[in-house]
Design a protein around this ligand. Structure first.
Ligand code: GRG
Length: 300
């Protein structure tokens, strides 16, 4: 996920990625659970690798002002939701992609019907996890977590961003406004929600939640600009997914609209805004600031 970073940062990141992986095993239905093939497909895609950025953001948000609430179920819920979007995005009716996270996509490994249902099941399981883990112990926060995740991933944000992306391809609309809408909704909103959910679990006040959203927004926008740069400049072996797709498909991206140099400048500006917002929020923010910087320098 990064190259230049302190050893403390790298160790914490690795530890949190491993805790996420262990929590996935502990919290998801086992591969033997009936119907086995469905649970195997869900676990296949969840465990096929990935940077675990969103769960790490939940943990980083909680670590800003730590308390006794366990952020891991929320971290796994966000990763379930994210993985559903990847499975559905790879389907033949969407991007028709064979490679994801360095492995065969879910519909290639299983079949299209199973992949569709595995995505559906991960989507609903995300909300089950939030209600199950927090509903009894911290019901007021649990309702807010469900709202954060549902709002970020619904028809006016993540799915809406995907819809406008598809519509834009059909009409070849290539305006800065369209690009901004897609980046905000398809990518930044879920990244923002992940950080907000971690901070929310600390019992933070609304002003702190708004500051966390500001960090997440700039981080999410930077993340997508860098994704556009990597698609144009990297290779499939490094990315674990096909590269050069955006240009091949004539996609509207930051790079296609503004060029590489301007994209790199924009990614840096957005990352620095996220860092300033993280400094303003305070708390144990060293890891979060290192994470923002490492995302700017990521190779995959
Ligand atoms: C199909 C409902 C539906 C939505 C699809 C999120 C999305 C919308 C599609 C995924 C493809 C894409 C380019 C999304 C933009 C966000 C993004 C860069 C996702 C990839 O996230 P990473 O790089 O993936 O964090 P890993 O595998 O590391 O978790």
């Amino acid at each position: 996920m990064q190259d230049k970073a302190s050893s403390d940062f790298k160790a914490t990141l690795k530890g949190w990625q491993q805790r996420t992986d262990a929590a996935i095993d502990a919290l998801l239905p086992s591969p033997q659970t009936r119907p086995g093939v469905l649970h195997q497909a869900m676990l296949y895609s969840l465990k096929a690798g990935g940077k675990r950025l969103r769960p790490v953001l939940v943990l980083a948000g909680h670590a800003l002002f730590p308390n006794a609430n366990d952020p891991l179920p929320a971290a796994v819920a966000v990763e379930c939701l994210h993985t559903y979007t990847l499975i559905h995005d790879d389907l033949p009716c969407m991007d028709d992609s064979d490679l994801r996270r360095g492995h065969a996509t879910c519909h290639k490994q299983f079949d299209e019907e199973t992949a569709l249902l595995a995505g559906d099941s991960l989507l609903t399981y995300a909300f089950y996890l939030l209600a199950d883990a927090y509903g009894k112990s911290i019901p007021a926060i649990a309702i807010q977590l469900v709202r954060d995740l549902a709002d970020a991933s619904g028809s006016q944000k993540l799915v809406g961003g995907q819809m406008e992306d598809l519509l834009g391809e059909r009409t070849n609309e290539r305006t800065p406004e369209k690009l901004d809408y897609i980046h905000h909704n398809k990518t930044a909103e879920l990244i923002m929600a992940a950080l907000v959910m971690g901070v929310r679990l600390t019992g933070a006040n609304e002003a702190q939640i708004a500051q966390a959203a500001d960090i997440g927004k700039h981080m999410g926008l930077a993340f997508q600009v860098i994704d556009d740069i990597l698609d144009a400049t990297s290779d499939a072996a490094t990315l674990g997914k096909p590269s050069g797709n955006d240009e091949k498909l004539g996609k509207l991206t930051y790079v296609s609209l503004y060029g590489l140099a301007e994209s790199r400048k924009r990614a840096h500006e957005l990352s620095e805004k996220a860092v300033s917002a993280a400094r303003a929020l305070g708390g144990n923010n060293t890891f979060l600031i290192d994470l923002i910087r490492s995302m700017e320098n990521r190779m995959s």
